[in-house]
Design a protein around this ligand. Structure first.
Ligand SMILES: Cc1cc2nc3c(=O)[nH]c(=O)nc-3n(C[C@H](O)[C@H](O)[C@H](O)COP(=O)(O)OP(=O)(O)OC[C@H]3O[C@@H](n4cnc5c(N)ncnc54)[C@H](O)[C@@H]3O)c2cc1C
Length: 401
C-alpha cells in the first residue's frame, strides 16, 4: 500500500487542476484515472469555458499553451423572444472555446509533469478505505489487479455520475432538467463568426460555438416534448430545428464534419463539496445544466478553491478539517445561487416579468448589459442584478421594440 497526502480520483478538468495545485502547495499527490490513454478526452461536452475560469487557467500555466493552439477568446450574443439579439456593447473579460480533444491531453500532461504528482492511468477506484472518515481508496487495473492507496485527503473528481459519491454515501440533491441536446461540428458556416451565439427561446434552445480547429459546434436543445420527433428522424429533426432558428446559421454551403452527438438526460445535481473527510470537485460536486456552459469553468475553479483551502495544511501535515469546512462554504457561497437559478431555468419555464425587463434592458442599456454579462459569464453573483444602480437601469422604461 502506498501513502500520499492526497489521492485525486479522475484525471480530467477538475482532477488535473486539483492535482497540480495541491502538489504546487507542497503535497504528494496520486492522480488516479480510469482511462489508460493519456490523450483520452470527454466527447460529451460543448467546451465553452466561461470567463470566470480564466484567472484559474492562467494560474495553472495553461493559458499560454491553449493560446498557442488557437483557443478562441469567447464572447456571446443571446437571442430572446422579448428582445431579439442581445449583443455586447463593449469588450468584456473573455473565456475560451477549445475542444476537449485539444484541452484534456494538454491539461493532463501539465498535471502529470508537476513535481509531486504521481499520474496513474488505467486505474479505477472501486472502493474506499476508512471507517466513517475516508482514508484512502482501493484501485483496480485493467487486468483486475487490486491495490490500495492511503491518503490524508481523498478528492472525488470523477464527474457527473460520481461513483465516489455513491461509495461514500454522499447523495446529491437532484433538480429536474426538461431539455435534451444534439450537436455536431461544422465547417464553412455562414456568416463566419468568431462570436458564440445562443438562442434562449421558450421553451427550446440552441447555440453555435466556434472553436480553435475552425469548426463550429451547432447544438439543438429542444424541450423534452419534442423527443419523439427526434427519435423518429434524428437527422431531419436536427436540420429542421436549426433551419427554423431566428437568424439561423446558413448551413447550405457548410459541411458537417462529425456525426450527431447527443445527451438525453441532464439532471441538475448538487452535493456538499466536502463530507466524510473527503472533498468533491467539478461535476462530482455540482453538475448543472450544460446550456450555460458552466461545468468546465466550475471544475477549474472548484479545484482551485479546494487547493487554496487545504493545500497548506496538506503540505505541512496540519489538521484538514477547518480547510475542508472552508472549501464547502466557499463552494456553496460562490455557486449555490447560480446553480439554483440555472436549475430553475432548465425546467424550460417562461421568463418572469423581472427577467423580461432584464433581457429588454440588457439589449438596450450598457449598464444593464454589463451586469447581465458579468452574471452570465459567472464572474459575478446573480445578486448583482439587484444592486440599486443596476436595478435602476433594469427598471427604467425601455423603448418598445
Ligand atoms: C452535453 C454537455 C455539454 C456540455 N457543454 C459544456 C460547455 O459548453 N462548457 C462547459 O464548461 N461545460 C460543459 N459541459 C460540462 C462539462 O463537460 C463538465 O462540467 C466537465 O467535464 C466536468 O469536469 P470534471 O473533471 O469534473 O469531470 P469529467 O470531465 O467528467 O471527468 C471525470 C474523470 O473521472 C474519471 N473517472 C470516473 N470514474 C472514475 C473512477 N472510479 N476511477 C478513476 N477515474 C474515474 C473519468 O474517466 C474522467 O476522466 C457539458 C456537459 C454535457 C453533458
Amino acid at each position: 500500500m502506498d501513502s500520499y497526502d492526497a489521492v485525486v480520483v479522475g484525471g480530467s478538468v477538475a482532477g488535473c487542476t486539483a492535482a497540480r495545485m495541491l502538489a504546487s502547495a507542497g503535497a504528494r499527490v496520486a492522480l488516479v484515472e480510469r482511462s489508460p490513454d493519456p490523450d483520452h478526452y470527454k466527447t460529451v461536452c460543448t467546451h465553452y469555458i466561461q470567463p470566470s475560469a480564466t484567472p484559474t487557467i492562467e494560474r495553472l500555466g495553461l493559458a499560454p499553451l491553449i493560446e498557442e493552439r488557437g483557443a478562441v477568446h469567447n464572447s456571446i450574443e443571446v437571442w430572446s423572444p422579448y428582445t431579439g439579439w442581445i449583443r455586447p456593447f463593449s469588450e468584456a473579460p473573455y473565456g475560451y472555446n477549445i475542444t476537449r480533444r485539444m484541452l484534456d491531453p494538454m491539461l493532463r500532461k501539465l498535471a502529470a509533469d508537476t513535481p509531486g504528482v504521481d499520474y496513474m492511468p488505467g486505474q479505477t477506484v472501486v472502493g474506499l478505505r476508512g471507517n466513517g472518515r475516508v482514508s484512502g481508496v482501493e484501485i483496480e487495473d485493467g487486468s483486475r489487479g487490486r491495490c490500495s492507496l492511503d491518503a490524508r485527503l481523498v478528492v472525488a473528481a470523477d464527474g457527473r455520475d460520481s461513483r465516489m459519491a455513491e461509495l461514500a454515501g454522499v447523495p446529491g440533491r437532484v433538480r429536474p432538467h426538461r431539455r435534451f441536446f444534439y450537436w455536431a461540428y461544422w465547417s464553412g458556416i455562414e456568416p463566419g463568426n468568431t462570436r458564440s451565439r445562443m438562442w434562449f427561446m421558450e421553451p427550446d434552445c440552441a447555440y453555435t460555438f466556434p472553436n480553435e480547429d475552425g469548426l463550429t459546434l451547432v447544438l439543438a436543445g429542444p424541450h423534452e416534448n419534442r423527443l419523439p420527433e427526434f427519435r423518429a428522424d434524428l437527422e431531419g429533426a436536427y436540420s429542421r430545428y436549426i433551419a427554423a432558428l431566428p437568424g439561423a446559421p446558413d448551413l447550405s454551403g457548410a459541411k458537417r464534419e462529425s456525426k450527431l452527438l447527443g445527451k438525453l438526460k441532464l439532471p441538475n445535481v448538487m452535493r456538499p463539496a466536502a463530507a466524510r473527510g473527503m472533498a468533491f470537485v467539478g461535476d462530482a460536486a455540482l453538475a448543472s445544466d450544460p446550456l450555460w456552459g458552466v461545468g468546465c469553468g466550475w471544475a477549474f475553479q472548484s479545484a482551485e478553491w479546494l487547493a487554496d483551502c487545504v493545500g497548506a495544511a496538506l503540505g505541512s501535515g496540519a489538521d484538514l478539517d477547518s480547510g475542508l469546512r472552508s472549501y464547502r462554504k466557499v463552494h456553496r457561497r460562490r455557486l449555490g445561487l447560480h446553480h439554483f437559478l440555472i436549475a430553475d431555468l432548465s425546467t424550460a419555464r417562461k421568463a418572469n416579468p423581472f427577467e423580461r425587463r432584464m433581457y429588454e434592458a440588457a439589449a438596450q442599456d450598457p449598464v444593464a448589459f454589463a451586469a447581465f454579462e458579468a452574471v452570465g459569464a459567472r464572474r459575478r453573483s446573480p445578486l448583482t442584478m439587484l444592486s440599486p444602480r443596476v436595478l435602476a437601469h433594469v427598471l427604467r422604461p425601455q423603448k418598445v421594440r
